[in-house]
Ligand binder design. Structure first.
Ligand code: HEC
Ligand code: HEC
Ligand code: HEC
Ligand code: HEC
Ligand code: HEC
Ligand code: HEC
Ligand code: HEC
Ligand code: HEC
Ligand code: HEC
Length: 493
């Protein structure tokens, strides 16, 4: 840093213009950036531009750099402040115009300020070498504006969209939580797809159409607000949004008393605090974003279904992403799960490699699942103990012949386990052993019927081509623990 000290001292003698000339020669791309792009940035603009000293026009370099002969110029590059974050805070102590940045207090408790590894690694722009680089705004932003072949990069950033984040969150990058590998899996959130590039803008979140049809997109910044969030992951068994999602925009869902309908939505910008993880997902995966016309899944499998309808807490059953516990003690669970737990979407959606960081970024499995789920799940001829359901539900109870288990699908006050019983039987319509999705919904989100059970009249996406229950509805829902053969009119009975 000796060199910068010399430059700083030189500033007093030859003035800012001289320094800038020297630096412009030293750092060629910046010379171009400052010369060409600065006036087109919000900092350099004659109307919106920076202003510290009211005697100078807006956007003047001297609001940040000391002029010849003037006092100040104490920091590197003859800046008014030694610490560039303190310089930013002189004007950015409060929240920004589009609220993505919530001010210095929130920033100072965020992980990108806090973690000692937050330091731009280069090569372009060059790696930050100064000892105090950790947590600085200038790891991601340049006050002068930076360009690429498409012109000025928005929000005074050095890189566009995911290429900024992946600059650090990549293999051999400074961040330990490496996301780049997941982005290369077969199924991803398509954050890096060319088709969705350039659609995200800061401050877009109040208008549903920005997330549907031609506007449909998803970027890291749609799910993470780097100025605010912490490094605290979600707590298993709850549905609360984690520290990692703090500060992101979302939509609130207000359900009345009706099952099987979408709620009333209220979009919330970054000034609000997200409470539940699903509120983030509903920004793009609900009626709010796309009305009655859900988009087609690019991974195949037809149209999306509306998660805000499926997880309606008034439905008879659902995984408790929103719903209050309703199993009343039934069920055999593993890995610390319980009948009265709440859930996150990301408990099921995430990488299928458990060593990867959490979150629905990418998976080798369709629908970004953490483990397999298909027509073989639960079939006695296969070992499916590693499949999705058995991350939480006891394999032996549901897919092996074991009696005296605590499951509602049983007979004689719970003594005969009908799950176990059926797992040894054939689905003689399909000519193969019975599978979980012969009775339960292929999309295991929620449905307005007991225990995610499906019948033949249900939407094909929920049936997935397999169903055992033949009638339009099951005539008697057996009381839990006392089901009888006559309750289901399937061919086998
Ligand atoms: C909003 C404050 C601000 C304004 C306005 C500003 N600069 Fe800077 N400038 C900085 C900061 C902060 C740095 C140090 C950047 C770093 O550490 O990466 C810097 C560094 C520089 C450098 C050193 C190269 C580098 O980026 O590392 C040059 C050259 C420069 N500024 C030129 C200019 C010129 C010319 C103008 C006016 C056209 C200008 N600056 C306006 C804040 C500003
Ligand atoms: C002298 C005051 C001043 C200083 C110092 C300053 N800014 Fe700004 N900044 C502004 C103003 C004014 C705007 C535009 C006003 C608005 O958005 O309403 C702005 C806008 C921005 C934007 C939004 C740009 C966009 O296109 O949306 C970013 C990002 C930003 N500043 C980052 C920084 C960083 C990083 C620093 C420190 C290196 C910094 N600013 C220092 C005054 C300042
Ligand atoms: C880890 C990278 C990173 C760091 C560090 C960072 N920012 Fe940002 N900043 C971003 C990204 C990404 C956006 C664009 C957000 C979007 O598109 O939704 C942004 C946007 C902004 C905006 C414009 C937002 C608006 O609402 O118009 C401001 C102002 C801003 N940052 C200021 C700062 C300041 C000041 C600091 C340091 C105190 C800082 N940022 C540190 C990545 C960063
Ligand atoms: C200059 C490097 C750098 C950039 C750029 C950067 N990050 Fe980070 N980020 C880090 C480091 C270092 C951590 C601390 C945890 C770690 O080592 O992974 C971190 C932590 C995080 C965390 C919390 C992870 C945890 O479990 O603690 C998230 C989420 C995150 N970053 C998202 C982003 C997003 C989104 C972007 C782009 C808008 C981004 N980061 C840009 C370096 C960076
Ligand atoms: C209990 C595990 C589980 C939970 C919790 C869960 N999902 Fe799913 N999700 C699945 C499975 C399994 C599939 C694949 C269904 C199939 O094979 O057709 C799926 C499919 C999807 C799909 C693609 C298919 C479609 O119909 O739209 C989306 C989008 C989706 N889930 C979003 C969500 C959201 C958003 C949440 C939280 C509000 C959530 N999921 C919670 C297991 C889960
Ligand atoms: C669709 C929303 C979404 C997108 C897009 C997204 N993330 Fe995440 N991310 C999440 C969720 C949800 C979590 C998990 C939070 C939790 O479990 O507490 C997460 C977790 C993380 C973590 C922490 C993982 C850990 O185990 O500590 C990092 C780092 C991260 N994301 C970075 C990124 C980066 C970089 C991008 C862009 C390449 C990105 N995310 C895109 C939703 C998203
Ligand atoms: C900003 C918008 C946005 C947000 C927020 C968002 N998604 Fe998505 N999601 C998308 C888009 C766009 C796709 C479609 C990508 C494609 O073309 O396959 C998608 C696809 C999916 C898929 C299907 C992937 C496949 O294999 O077909 C799942 C599952 C999913 N999202 C789950 C979630 C979950 C869980 C959350 C909340 C943690 C979430 N999404 C938040 C935009 C979003
Ligand atoms: C991440 C853990 C987890 C995974 C994976 C999971 N479940 Fe569950 N499941 C639970 C928990 C916890 C409950 C009890 C609380 C609730 O209803 O959410 C439950 C409840 C249920 C219920 C009763 C719902 C009701 O409201 O009556 C059924 C049926 C069910 N799960 C089937 C499945 C099937 C089939 C799969 C595999 C596709 C699966 N689950 C995957 C955790 C999980
Ligand atoms: C022959 C139809 C059928 C098959 C096959 C089936 N289930 Fe069930 N399952 C039911 C019925 C009926 C209930 C409702 C029990 C009640 O009344 O409480 C149920 C309830 C559940 C519950 C709620 C908790 C409990 O134990 O009562 C879970 C979890 C569950 N099933 C998981 C599975 C899994 C995992 C598979 C595949 C290994 C599977 N089921 C296969 C019919 C079936």
């Amino acid at each position: 840093m000796e060199r910068k000290k010399i430059i700083t001292r030189a500033a007093a003698r030859i003035g800012i213009i001289g320094v800038l000339l020297i630096l412009a020669v030293r750092i060629a791309p910046l010379g171009w950036a400052v010369g060409g792009l600065y006036p087109t940035t919000l900092h350099g603009d004659a109307v919106t531009g920076v202003r510290r000293d009211t005697s100078l026009p807006r956007g003047d370099c001297s609001h940040c750099h000391a002029m010849h002969g003037a006092p100040g110029g104490m920091g590197d590059f003859a800046l008014w402040m030694e610490n560039t974050n303190q310089l930013c805070f002189t004007c950015h102590s409060g929240s920004s115009r589009r609220e993505t940045y919530r001010g210095s207090i929130e920033y100072e408790s965020s992980i990108h300020e806090d973690d000692f590894l937050v330091r731009w690694p280069g090569p372009e722009p060059p790696a930050r070498m100064e000892p105090e680089a950790k947590g600085k705004c200038v790891n991601c932003h340049t006050p002068h504006g930076w360009g690429d072949l498409d012109g000025l990069i928005p929000s005074l950033l050095f890189k566009r969209e995911e290429s900024l984040c992946l600059g650090c969150h990549r293999l051999a990058g400074p961040a330990q939580k490496e996301i780049e590998t997941q982005m290369a899996y077969q199924f991803t959130h398509q954050i890096n797809s060319r088709q969705m590039a350039g659609r995200h803008t800061a401050g877009e979140e109040m208008i549903p159409s920005t997330f549907s049809l031609q506007g449909r997109h998803v970027e890291c910044a749609d799910c993470h607000n780097v100025h605010v969030h912490t490094g605290v992951l979600h707590i298993r068994g709850t549905n609360q949004a984690s520290g990692i999602l703090k500060g992101v925009s979302f939509v609130e869902a207000d359900y009345g008393m009706m099952p099987d309908t979408f709620p009333t939505f209220q979009p919330r910008d970054e000034t609000f605090n997200i409470q539940f993880e699903y509120q983030l997902c509903f920004k793009c995966h609900s009626y709010w974003a796309y009305g009655s016309f859900p988009p087609f899944l690019s991974s195949g499998g037809g149209q999306e279904t509306d998660q805000s309808i499926e997880f309606n807490p008034n439905n008879e059953s659902s995984h408790n992403v929103i719903q209050a516990p309703n199993l009343n003690g039934r069920g055999e669970f593993v890995n610390g799960w319980r009948w009265d737990a709440r859930m996150h979407c990301s408990d099921c959606h995430g990488s299928d490699n458990e060593r990867d960081p959490q979150g629905p970024h990418g998976s080798q499995l369709q629908f970004l699942l953490k483990a397999s789920w298909n027509v073989t799940t639960g079939q006695s001829s296969e070992d499916t103990s590693g499949h999705l359901c058995f991350l939480c539900h006891d394999f032996i109870t549901y897919a092996q012949d074991a009696d005296n288990r605590n499951t509602g699908f049983s007979r004689n006050n719970g003594q005969d386990n009908l799950h176990g019983f059926h797992s040894r039987r054939e689905n003689n319509v399909a000519g193969r052993p019975i599978a979980c999705m012969d009775c339960h919904s292929k999309i295991p989100h929620g449905i307005n019927r007991l225990a995610l059970l499906v019948t033949r009249t249900d939407n094909a996406r929920y049936l997935g081509g397999t169903v055992l229950l033949r009638e339009s509805d099951v005539p008697n829902w057996g009381p839990s623990g006392n089901w009888d053969k006559s309750d289901c009119t399937v061919e086998c009975h």
